[in-house]
Design a protein around this ligand. Structure first.
Ligand SMILES: NC(=O)c1ccc[n+]([C@@H]2O[C@H](COP(=O)([O-])OP(=O)(O)OC[C@H]3O[C@@H](n4cnc5c(N)ncnc54)[C@H](OP(=O)(O)O)[C@@H]3O)[C@@H](O)[C@H]2O)c1
Length: 303
């Protein structure tokens, strides 16, 4: 891909992916999609120094704010070949509060804004070849981290709407409760939109359990202590990997067409190691009706 837009590019996996893309032959432009211009400028400077390349442009975008998403698409000066939907995580200390669009903050950051961004880019003919969504093994549950597999009764549009607006979970205090089901919906939406746009390759890729990012920084202090401690221990035990490895998964999924449209890839087992299709492990993922229900639920908050 010659040109790539990465959301959440000033830290963690987004920034490291930008670095790795810039070192690849043929990459001519990387848009750093960031909400904070100071952090974005620092990241741009750091990336230029690390790669010796002057190909980074900042695109201001707050994916939790649909007006900001719209403005970002308008101000993008040219089409991009690839979009990396990386911004996300646990949604800050107000993760369960509703945005003005009626979804929870954690949903807006991880999914609603990216759906709006993809729709707007496609409508404006500003996305030409592929889109990657940062998935997570949390979508199928992660026992080691106390994350449960989402247990939906009907997988109806209404049930998915309740994940979007948080009523599925009630007044939870722990952001890791809605996180997995939201990433699950992200993978379903990607499979659904992949059927609508066969000319674009839509791949959901989990970076795997990745240390060295800022991912847990907005959890409560206790939860942060527990999660960060667990990640350090898991790194020592070889059960998670460093940020370079996680970002490499994104770069490969973007550049290598062996990763097929509509498919969700993640670690075959645990949180690191070989990558595999998740559909055979979690059969609802390949159910077109369920994929479309998830997508229709999200669209309700965009109309
Ligand atoms: N690390 C893991 O183990 C892991 C595993 C599976 C999936 N993932 C996924 O991989 C992605 C990156 O995670 P990470 O660990 O690299 O996290 P990170 O270090 O916290 O980086 C997240 C990036 O997203 C940006 N961001 C957050 N909210 C945003 C918003 N509303 N608008 C625009 N940008 C926003 C952050 O910007 P600010 O600096 O302004 O906050 C930051 O640049 C996430 O989607 C995460 O769910 C991570």
């Amino acid at each position: 891909m010659k040109s790539i837009l990465i959301t959440g590019a000033n830290a963690g996996l987004g920034k490291e992916s930008a670095r790795q893309f810039a070192l690849q032959e043929g990459v001519e432009k990387i848009y750093l999609g960031c909400r904070n211009l100071y952090k974005a400028s620092d990241a741009k400077r750091e990336l230029e120094q690390a790669t010796g390349r002057n190909i980074f442009e900042i695109l201001q975008i707050d994916v939790s704010d649909l007006d900001s998403v719209k403005q970002a698409v308008e101000s993008l000066p040219e089409p991009v070949e690839a979009l990396v939907m990386n911004a996300g995580g646990t949604g800050g200390d107000k993760f369960n509060q509703k945005t003005k669009d009626g979804v929870t903050q954690i949903f807006a950051v991880n999914l609603l804004g990216h759906v709006a961004l993809t729709n707007a880019l496609l409508k404006a003919n500003k996305l030409t070849k592929m889109a990657l969504y940062a998935g997570s093994e949390a979508a199928r549950g992660v026992k080691e981290m106390g994350m449960k597999r989402p247990e939906l009764k009907h997988s109806s549009i209404e049930e998915f709407v309740s994940i979007c607006n948080g009523s599925f979970f009630g007044p939870v205090k722990d952001a890791t409760v809605p996180y997995g089901p939201i990433k699950y919906m992200g993978a379903l939406w990607m499979s659904s939109i992949a059927r609508d746009y066969p000319e674009i390759r839509f791949v959901t890729m989990s970076p795997g359990g990745t240390t060295g990012t800022e991912g847990f920084n907005t959890l409560s202090p206790v939860k942060q202590y527990v999660m960060k401690g667990m990640m350090r221990l898991m790194l020592l035990l070889g059960k998670v990997h460093k940020v370079e490895v996680g970002a490499k998964r994104f770069v490969e999924a973007v550049q290598n067409e062996v990763y097929q449209t509509g498919v969700f890839y993640a670690s075959k087992k645990g949180l690191t190691g070989p990558i595999g299709e998740q559909g055979p492990l979690f059969k609802d993922l390949n159910d077109k009706k369920i994929q479309d229900n998830a997508s229709k639920a999200i669209q309700r908050f965009l109309n």
